[in-house]
Design a protein around this ligand. Structure first.
Ligand code: HEC
Length: 147
């Protein structure tokens, strides 16, 4: 009897814990996608400025790089084990090659830091820094994100 109760209790606990971890995974997936969306919105403005569709604006340029910087703050922590399951486009290689993923983040962050430091100075500096950041998006997606 006592064994049965304990077993039932454990089963219930296991179900509750599983439910919790699924909810948690959904939550981090949404968080990391929201960060990416923020960056995507800024990159649209940046692309227009780089193409000359809209005039170069130093304040806008500064905001673009600053947003990229804050969006990537602690980014790798939004890919805990188990969050490869669910509504995600992150590829399995994010978890199987964590060092490679972290190095893609580090190299992107480096170009973003340069953008923060110099990318708002003038139009030429902006274009150079913007192209480097855009290349970071592209190369990480190529390896770590499904189309
Ligand atoms: C270090 C890797 C990495 C870098 C750098 C990176 N991304 Fe991503 N991005 C990802 C991954 C992984 C996903 C998939 C996340 C998911 O679905 O769980 C993603 C998803 C996205 C999405 C889709 C979000 C959604 O709603 O599903 C957009 C938009 C995006 N990235 C834009 C960008 C832009 C713009 C940049 C550069 C400014 C960038 N990313 C840089 C790895 C990266």
């Amino acid at each position: 009897m006592r064994l049965k109760v304990t077993a039932a209790l454990f089963a219930g606990l296991a179900v509750a814990t599983a439910g919790l971890s699924v909810a948690h995974a959904d939550n981090v997936i949404q968080q990391r996608q929201a960060r990416m969306k923020e960056m995507g919105a800024q990159m649209k403005v940046g692309a227009d400025m780089a193409k000359g569709t809209i005039a170069f604006d130093s304040a806008k340029a500064a905001e673009i790089f600053k947003t990229l910087q804050t969006s990537m703050d602690g980014y790798v922590s939004l890919f805990p084990p188990g969050s490869d399951k669910g509504e995600t486009k992150a590829l399995a290689v994010v978890w199987s090659d964590r060092a490679g993923f972290e190095s893609a983040i580090a190299s992107f962050n480096k170009s973003v830091d340069e953008g923060v430091a110099k990318g708002a100075a003038d139009e030429a500096a902006f274009k150079t820094a913007f192209a480097a950041a855009a290349e970071g998006c592209r190369s990480c997606h190529q390896t770590f994100k499904a189309r």
